[in-house]
Write a protein that binds this ligand. Structure first.
Ligand SMILES: [Zn+2]
Length: 158
């Protein structure tokens, strides 16, 4: 699925949903999130970029928001399941393609260029690296990826 795909959903999440946001980004979903994204700030940002609002705030309805999804559960697994089902997200292809911290799309990075950036053990045991051009974080498929995949299987979406 490409950015140009008309069915691609983009999200704007309120600040009560930090854990859900990280998981959606692990799945490669475009989610904006931050301390300024609450109440009218959230509504303004969502309208501007045509994003679906994800919220736990029952009072948001009274502020005439654009399209939104009220998140039922307090638990991130249930929250993730709700969003995936509601938006019929396909999760397999875009897994680990987005920076979990800042929401940018990751880019591949040749191994020799990360030698001074990652721990020596990582450099000697990993072959594939990607990085975030905005916050400069380097990513590699390691044990935490495996744990995340297992977690997703538990949720029933992996
Ligand atoms: Zn980043």
């Amino acid at each position: 699925m490409t950015e140009a795909d008309a069915k691609m959903v983009k999200f704007a999440a309120d600040r009560m949903l930090g854990r859900l946001v990280k998981w959606l980004r692990v799945l490669g979903q475009d989610v904006i999130y931050g301390p300024h994204l609450t109440g009218y700030g959230l509504i303004r940002a969502a309208r501007l970029e045509r994003r679906l609002i994800l919220t736990r705030d029952r009072r948001l309805k009274q502020k005439q928001p654009p399209e939104f999804l009220f998140i039922e559960s307090d638990h991130y697994r249930e929250q993730l399941r709700q969003v995936i089902q509601h938006c019929q997200l396909s999760v397999a292809q875009s897994l680990f393609t987005r920076c979990v911290e800042c929401n940018s799309v990751l880019q591949p990075r040749p191994k020799p260029t990360v030698e001074k950036v990652v721990p020596p053990y990582v450099f000697s045991t990993q072959e594939k690296f990607s990085w975030c051009p905005i916050c400069q974080r380097v990513y590699w498929p390691a044990t935490h990826h495996q744990k995340m995949v297992e977690e997703l299987k538990k949720i029933g979406v992996g």
